[in-house]
Write a protein that binds this ligand. Sequence first.
Ligand code: SAM
Length: 264
Amino acid sequence: MPVERPIINSSVPHSARIWNYWLGGKDCYEIDRQVGDQIAEANPAILDVARAQRAFLVRAVEYLIAETNIRQFLDVGTGLPTANNTHEVAQRLVPETRIVYVDHDPIVLAHAQALLTSTPEGATDYIDADLRNPDTILEQAAKTLDLTQPVALILLGIAAHVTDDSVYDIVSRLVDALPSGSYLVFCDSTEVVHPEQQRAMVEQWNEASDNPRINRSPEQLARFFDGLELLEPGLVSVSRWRAAQTGAQAPAEVDDFGGVACKP
Ligand SMILES: C[S@@+](CC[C@H](N)C(=O)[O-])C[C@H]1O[C@@H](n2cnc3c(N)ncnc32)[C@H](O)[C@@H]1O
């Protein structure tokens, strides 16, 4: 990939950098740490959300590689490279797996080299694009992925940034372009477990950031899976999606619901 010189604004907090901060990373600015701390103070559970979402990604990718014939992933809203990036999880199991990452944050672009460490047998690519331009994403992804073969589309914590109902058409456009046997791996924030804190988090976020977000109800999130076959256990808090049960109790729920579905 040609290395571009992204314009990075260090005075406005960015979702990818705050997320990285909550995951324990260092690729963030003072403004991201300040807003990240303010949000975590009002809603300490957000740290569990960030970790649970990452763990969901790992379990979903491992499941698709081990139990299905999926060998291609399109991960939109990638975030900054961290531990267990999609290609690392997938290629550990099947080195031939091909992965395309997409994000619109210039700092993710600046760190994209760390996502391009494919095995020689497989491939990774990075596209600097906006979810709101699904045709651009598909056109660019087709340079690395064979879109006539099944693909797992990953949308974790990104649809919340498209705050109106146009998001349903955008996601449908991506899913419609993939063949039967493809999968959607999806999750997003809710206000079910800690409603007041989650509402406060979105308010704080929207005051500070130029990329607003919303929480959606599980019913609204279920619409993203319309026409698809949801795998067991359905649409659940991501901490409970096929999680290993260590004690008598299921893992605590977090305000981040999602699931994995197959395109018939
Ligand atoms: C909450 S982070 C989630 C990161 C990663 N998917 C994960 O689960 O760890 C949301 C990511 O979506 C990206 N994003 C937000 N709005 C976007 C848009 N309209 N187009 C592309 N990427 C977007 C942000 O830059 C950020 O990296």
